[in-house]
Write a protein of this length. Structure first.
Length: 458
């Protein structure tokens, strides 16, 4: 049995370099636990953890777990992992990252979990920044760096915790938050789920596990969210969206000088105005959900709206890296067709000469299962380059290749190039980038390195 009140314990993390695992490691370290971890390679995340005093080994060795009081592991590893297997043989308690997060969540009076296929990190970041800036002192564990806060994890002294609730492998079934935010439902993670119906079933199980006195805030414009909300066990259900009948809806939609969305929203009889510092129609939904959430835990709507207007975005979400040849270089984590379309649509509404996109497909399964959807997702870009698939957790079984995606897109009448090696992509980019262009590196893998090479010149 794991006792989180005993903060003198030693805890070892397998896969400590993952964004979700690293956030929990940082939280426990800040609470006084003696934290160690292992990962396959060094990264900015692991280096940051080391600087904070955590001991990390860049190998997977069964010796590393000896002396640990309990072990936390990423769900990306199997039970035959040497450290996990050794810990079990020594009767060291082992807990998955989702279960560990669920345990932490249960300790807070106001636990906030943000779920949905798209927008989790941005919305969680908006909520976190607004709560921190309004002195609500939240604890934060999310899947990307909040640029305004400089981290994806934070230990607060209040009874508020903000976390993402990811549906992959049904990991969010370990969570029973007081406030559940449901942004949207879409087909993804098809290496685990059979189909969209299977995904909907998982969301229904998740909301059915919410406490009776909890609150579900959901996107009323999404038919699948509406369907799932009917299964929620909590008594309070609140909708956000464009319908004036919803509890939270925008009025006076417009754009500011940058071309970013502006709108008003009425909360608790008070009308507040938001002028976003991030682009895209989808961010109207994200910011409505965030504003609704923070007011439910005691933040004044006017104060929260003012800080949300200053929100600069999450790392790797429409993240401006700098310039090359007078063009803006932007990195974006979009790796699902819906996300790609939303990001490029947002870009098309901004001043530009042409939009250039280098897209790195993420996982073989996603590329194969959503090939048709991907082939229609890039219509708002003028120059498209498809590079090799980033394998992530998968092995190449030879069922799909990035060049097939390029061919599928070309068959739809769009100009596209398949280029595998990054050095060849850089050489080509330097011949086509001109002043006024928007250049995107897009995907959840290491495609972001290309933008850094362009901006930094090395």
């Amino acid at each position: 049995m794991i006792n989180l009140d005993d903060t003198h314990q030693k805890v070892h993390f397998v896969g400590i370099g993952g964004v979700g695992v690293s956030a929990i490691a940082e939280i426990l370290h800040n609470r006084g636990f003696i934290v160690s971890g292992s990962d396959a390679k060094s990264s900015q995340i692991t280096q940051n953890l080391e600087q904070k005093g955590m001991k990390i080994a860049y190998e997977h060795n069964e010796i590393l777990v000896e002396g640990a009081d309990f072990l936390v592991y990423t769900t990306a590893v199997g039970f035959n992992h040497p450290e996990l297997a050794r810990a079990q043989s020594l009767n060291i308690p082992c807990i998955s990252r989702p279960d560990m997060l669920g345990m932490l969540m249960d300790e807070y009076e106001f636990s906030i979990a943000v779920s949905g296929a798209h927008g989790k990190t941005t919305t969680s970041s908006m909520i976190s920044m607004a709560l921190e800036r309004t002195k609500m002192d939240p604890t934060i564990l999310i899947g990307g760096e909040v640029k305004d806060l400089g981290s994806n994890a934070r230990v607060g002294a209040s009874q508020i915790l903000v976390a993402e609730a990811c549906e992959y492998k049904e990991s969010f079934l370990s969570f029973h938050p007081h406030i559940a935010v449901l942004l949207n439902i879409d087909a993804d993670h098809l290496d685990y789920y059979r189909d969209l119906d299977h995904i909907v079933e998982a969301f229904e199980k998740y909301v059915a596990g919410l406490p009776k006195d909890g609150i579900l805030i959901y996107n009323g414009d999404d038919p699948l969210c509406e369907k799932v909300a009917k299964k929620a066990s909590c008594e309070t259900k609140l909708r956000f969206g464009m319908n004036p009948e919803f509890e939270y809806h925008p009025t006076n939609l417009g754009k500011n000088k940058k071309g970013y969305p502006t709108f008003d929203m009425n909360i608790n009889g008070e009308t507040v105005s938001i002028s976003l510092s991030v682009p895209g129609y989808h961010n109207i939904y994200n910011s409505m959900a965030a504003l609704a959430t923070v007011t439910l835990v005691g933040t004044k709507a006017s104060e929260a709206a003012a800080f949300l207007s200053l929100f600069a975005g999450a790392a790797r979400r429409f993240d401006e890296q700098g310039e090359f040849n007078g063009a803006k270089v932007i990195d974006d984590y979009a790796h699902h067709p819906s996300e790609v379309k939303a990001t490029l649509k947002a870009a098309s509404e901004l001043p530009h000469s042409k939009i250039i996109c280098v897209f790195q497909p993420h996982t073989y399964t996603r590329t194969l299962e959503l090939m048709e959807e991907f082939s229609n997702a890039f219509s708002d870009c003028d120059e498209l380059i498809i590079t090799d698939i980033y394998a992530a957790r998968e092995k190449d079984l030879g069922k799909v290749h990035a060049s097939e995606l390029a061919a599928k897109i070309e068959a739809k009448g769009q100009s596209v190039r398949y280029i595998g090696p990054f050095n060849e992509i850089l050489t080509y980019l330097k011949t086509i980038i001109a002043e006024g262009d928007l250049v995107f590196t897009m995907g959840a893998g290491n495609v972001c390195e290309l933008g850094k090479y362009l901006v930094d010149g090395n």
